[in-house]
Design a protein around this ligand. Sequence first.
Ligand code: ATP
Length: 363
Amino acid sequence: MSVSLTLKNISRRYVKDNEEFMAVNNINLEVNPGEFLTFLGPSGCGKTTTLRMIAGFETPTSGQILMDGVDITNVPANERGLGFVFQNYALFPHMKIFDNVAYGLKIRGETGEAAAKKVRDALAMVGLTKAERRYPNQLSGGEQQRVALARVLVLRPKLLLMDEPLSNLDAKLRLHMRTEIRRIQKELGITCLYVTHDQKEALTMSDRIMVMNRGHIDQLGTPMKLYEDPATPFVADFIGQANLIRGRLDHIDGDGWGYFAINDTILKARMGQQNPPAVGEEALLVVRPENLHIGETDNAIRMRIVNRLFEGDRIDYHVMIDNSSQEKPFSMSVPFLPGTEIVDTDTVVNVAFHPQAGVIIKG
Ligand code: ATP
C-alpha cells in the first residue's frame, strides 16, 4: 500500500510587500515507496509550502505532482487519500479519545464493530489502548500528539505528511516521539514526508533528507552522506557543527586527495564529491570540531587558543589560525577523559586532523 511521489519542476510564487518572490523554486524530487523523507531548512525556506502543495492545500504556480505516476496536481485535498499531522494537533476536547480517533471513520460512514476494531488497532499502535475512555485534557502533550497520529493512521492514508509535529513537546518527550513515529512508520511501511528545522530530528529519523535553502534544494541525500559530503557551505554549516576554513585548492594527487593551502600551510583532505572546486580556486575546508586534535604534527596547522569552555564530558576550545585576520574563531571539541591535558588560552598549538575527516568544497 506504500506509494511513490514525484515532484516535477514544482514552484510557488507569492507576493510579499508588493513584490513577487519564489517561496518554492523549481523543486524536483522522487520519494520512494515506504521512505521516510525529511524537508529540512531554516524558517522561511519553503518547507511548509512544499508540503502544503503535496497535501493539496496550496496550488503550485507551475509544475506537476504525481503519486504512483498519476498526476494529482489538480485533485482536491480530500480526494488525495493523504494523512496530515500538524504542530497544532487540536483534538476535539468534548470527545473521548476513542471518539476522537473514530471521527474520520464516522465521516466516511464507517461505524460498528469493524470500525471499533480499526480504532483500537490505531490506539494500540501508538501505545494508548488504556486511554480510550479519557478526554484529551486528561492526557499529557505527548499522549495527545499520539492520539493525533492515531486519528490520521486509522484512515490508512497512502502517504503521511507531518509538519513539525513535535515542536510543542518538551525536549525529553520529543526524543521519545522521534523513535515512536519512526517505529510506527516502519511497521506500517507507509511513505512519510516530514518537515522540521531541527537537524538532529532530521538526522535521527530520516532515510533521506532534502535540505532546502531559499526555496530550492541545496542537497538531497542520506543523513550520513550530508554529514560527510556536504554539497554547499550552507549544508556543511546547517547539518551538525562545522568549521569552514577559507583557503585555496593547491593540487589534487593521483589518488584523488586534495591539498589545501592556508597561507603557507598545506593540509591534505578529501575532495567533496558533490561540488568540488577547481585546482587553484579559492575554496573551503570543512572540518568538524570533534575531528580536530591538539598536539599532533601530521596534517596540522598552527592555531592560537582564544577561549576554553569546560562542558563536563568535553572541552570546547576556540581557536584562531595564528597570525591571521580571521573574523570568527573555529571550534575544537576534545573529549575530557582522566588525564586529559588542559591547554591554557593564548597558547599556540598544532591543530591536526586526519585527511579523511576534512572535506574540500566550493566556497
Ligand atoms: P517555517 O519553518 O518558518 O514554517 P518554512 O520553511 O516552512 O518556514 P514556508 O512557510 O514554506 O517556510 O514559507 C516560505 C516563504 O513564503 C516565507 O517567506 C513565507 O513568508 C512566504 N509565504 C508563505 N505563505 C505565504 C502566503 N500565503 N502569502 C505570501 N507569502 C507566503
